[in-house]
Design a protein around this ligand. Structure first.
Ligand SMILES: *Cc1c(COP(=O)(O)O)cnc(C)c1O
Length: 413
């Protein structure tokens, strides 16, 4: 018998069900930039690609010292070094959410934190509620594990606040968690305190825990303020997911955390033990980065964050004011994180069947790439990333305006 017929190796069902919609959509797009114009990607959610937003010095020197010391070459406990968990607890307590070190579980980036949080609460066949438009990873994680997702709407006319009636209407007897992202990727929104309270009220009424994705915690444009769900919760148990990827601009370092906020002991020792078991599957994030976590969280004074926020906010204001004046486009005021969503009045661009075609043509004619929001389950919008250097952003705005003027068709009255 030859090997080809006797061997039967198939990818697992889980692997076959793992699907990243952004890759599927972007890889299927016709992206041929105009050779006359250098490409300006406003599509990549990685703030390090342009080199204008370096990480804090303390992180750079700290990691060198950690390597040279030779002290961090072995395994850490699977939930993380105690000193690193303490540092996260102090950091969150200082930002207004009292947290104990034993409630902190370190993870390989916020992505892994989300995986832990979802996996610890939800079984195959049960469901969670996720935001639309929303970060695509929630769906990817759930569908690959046989869980179901139901998407609740966020409303552009209300700065992307959650449609709470819609959210509530989706809850059924198999709903195990509500995922909230604040500040939001892709929306660049920041929920006011009152809205956070109202979200908690829905969760409390139906006794459903929250998974709060706060990877952009504190990265909010002045004078707005960030409110962590856990800071306001009296009774709703919350698994807060966070990390250093975005706020300290080192997404490649893969360090995140999931934190249990469980004021009334609803999750209790059961969920704590279960989370500990789940961390044992991959034995925690890189020990070098864990080792310098106390230094990063404590030494990076506010001036570091302020500088980054300033650059992004200046870009956000520039891009918003320009796009607001382009025919056929409706930007939604960005308030936080690195993103702005822009609505396209498709009836004024009749030659394009969808926002995917619109963004493809923007690449082939003007070499500007914006991500079509179908990637976030939200057609007729595109997302732009605001971390690009100012000159590139200015050039991109000029080209985008030319593109809109060329293709805009006023509607017949
Ligand atoms: C980037 C991002 C993450 C993932 O963060 P990592 O720490 O890089 O894994 C999670 N949630 C949102 C909303 C993000 O934008």
């Amino acid at each position: 018998m030859n090997n080809e017929t006797s061997w039967k190796v198939e990818p697992s069902v889980m692997a076959q069900n793992t699907f990243n919609p952004i890759r599927a959509i972007v890889d299927g797009m016709k992206l041929k930039p105009n050779p006359e114009k250098p490409m300006i990607p406003l599509s990549i959610g990685d703030p390090t690609v342009f080199g204008n937003l370096p990480p804090p010095d303390s992180a750079v020197t700290g990691i060198q010292e950690a390597v040279v010391s030779g002290k961090f070459n072995g395994y850490a406990p699977s939930s993380g070094y105690q000193t690193s968990r303490e540092a996260v607890a102090r950091h969150l307590t200082k930002s207004g959410t009292t947290t104990a070190p034993e409630d902190v579980f370190l993870a390989s980036g916020c992505s892994n934190a989300l995986e832990l949080a979802i996996s610890v609460l939800v079984n195959p066949g049960e469901n969670i509620l996720i935001p639309r438009p929303g970060f695509s990873l929630y769906k990817t994680l759930c569908l690959s594990q046989g869980m179901e997702v139901k998407s609740y709407n966020c409303l552009p006319e209300r700065m992307w606040e959650i449609d709470l009636n819609h959210l509530e209407s989706l809850i059924d007897e198999k709903t195990r968690a509500i995922v909230v992202v604040n500040p939001s990727n892709p929306c660049g929104s920041n929920f006011p305190k009152n809205h956070v309270k109202n979200i908690l009220a829905v969760a409390s009424k139906h006794k459903i825990p929250l998974i709060s994705d706060e990877i952009y915690a504190g990265m909010v444009f002045r004078p707005l303020e960030f409110t962590s769900c856990a800071a306001l919760s009296d009774d709703v148990p919350i698994l807060t997911c966070g990390g250093i990827s975005k706020i300290f601009l080192v997404p490649g370092w893969r360090l995140g955390w999931v934190v249990m906020h469980d004021r009334n002991n609803v999750l209790g020792q059961k969920i704590r033990n279960a989370l500990t078991c789940l961390t044992q599957r991959i034995l925690g994030p890189c020990t070098l980065v864990q080792a310098i976590l106390p230094k990063i969280l404590e030494d990076s004074d506010n001036s570091y964050m302020d500088r980054a926020i300033n650059i992004i906010q200046t870009n956000a204001e520039y891009a918003f004011s320009h796009i607001a004046n382009m025919p056929g486009l409706q930007p939604v005021t960005p308030q936080a994180a690195f993103y702005m969503m822009v609505g396209i009045s498709m009836k004024n661009f009749p030659e394009f069947k969808s926002e995917v075609e619109f963004t493809e043509a923007l690449v082939s004619e003007q070499s500007v790439f914006c991500l079509p929001a179908t990637c976030f389950d939200y057609p007729n919008y595109f997302r732009i990333v605001l971390t690009v250097p100012e000159e590139k952003l200015k050039e991109a705005m000029t080209r985008m305006e030319e593109f809109c003027k060329e293709h805009f068709v006023p509607c017949a009255a």
